[in-house]
Design a protein around this ligand. Sequence first.
Ligand code: ARG
Length: 474
Amino acid sequence: MAKGAKPWGGRFGGRTAASTEEYTCSLDVDRALWAEDIAGSMAHARMLAARGILTAEEAERLVDGLLAVRREIEDGTFAWDRSLEDVHMNVEARLTELAGPVGGKLHTGRSRNDQVALDFRLHVSRRLAEWDGLIRRLVLVILDRAAEHADTLLPGCTHLQPAQPVSLAQHLLAYAWMLRRDAERVADCRKRVEVSPLGAAALAGTTHDLDPAAVARDLGLAATFGNSMDAVSDRDFACEALFCASLAMMHLSRLCEEIILWANPAFGFVRLPDAFATGSSIMPQKKNPDVAEIMRGKTGRVYGALMSLLTVMKGLPLTYNRDLQEDKEPFLDADATVRASLSIMADMLGVLGFDPERMRAALARGFVNATELADYLVRKGMPFREAHHVTGAAVARAEKAGKGLEDLTLDELRGFSERIEEDVFTALDFGQAVARRLTPGGTGPDSVAAQLAELRAWLESGGAAAGPRQGTLF
Ligand code: ARG
């Protein structure tokens, strides 16, 4: 094949317009898949030899050639050629230069359609394994910070209004549970990603006697495709991965929002470490939570990637359509975002300065022990609805006096109900309010300790963190 000729150019008489070449070229994006492309080709070549379709010697020359291509790419000496459209044809063209005409035999029984689907699946699978590890690292940081703050109390909110006292550990652990589900989702998604489409060829399978299962085994993939037309044309696995990323970012964005709020001096619950804050070019006093803000903002970008791919897929007839080339860019962008975000959140949270004094002061301002008084009255025999009403009146009185409920005298409190006795002050104590919440999963210290133990056991069990299920090639 002449230099500069298209590998598919046999039936073409005229040249491709430069604008067409530019418009259809995917190299800038899909060169990120070079390692997977080479790994997939090596597995394919070995399988062809095992089936007697190539000689052992031919396969060896192909594998050696592919290793040489890999070295060039790693060293940065590989001459990428945009006129060759994509990573697959760049690798194959260079292979043929290095290994000679045998390079032309690599594509036997294969199409770029099953090839690109394989490369992309391998890539997504590796990334999911990384997300899993990063999520687990963040969970570990959360557990350590929660363990430090089992006795730190703050107002838990509903409607962003002070509601009931909780421990900071309980508050932080809420995020650990969210992230654990994210990791479990990622692990489940991997089962559907790690399916080899190689052997589907262009769309219908091939007349060559291939062994798709051997390729899958070689690459560390758990299964092979069930239908060739489905195998070359669906990208549901990538949509699913992007949904996993979107949920993880959604969780991170909620944590970011709390860090941003808590760093505002009106809350003052956290002090931003200098390493994770930035200043203002005009207001000298400012210390801004930009890391958390950017992460909150980048969440939209990851949702965008999911929407973008879902929209690419919508209404696509079977089988491969070139629209599918638009699948990688959103994934690569979302992947970079989610990995950076998980990593920097773990770093930042690890050194975030919590201010238990400010949290305690906030407790005293929010009447967060009002439910305690109502429950106390119920324990003394009052119907809950009445207790709610009586407590409301006590809150109104305390608020008017600029006090907390616990600052009212026993006589003042008894003015609202004769049932109230000296032991009411124990009931109103914030620490007691937390300690009495014995519900499994609640904020009581035993529950928090049990949650910590369960989450640590989950981390130690490794689960999906066993790392990428890789074959011999990565
Ligand atoms: N660059 C293409 C993609 O990403 C590779 C597959 C091309 N297949 C084809 N039939 N033109 O989808």
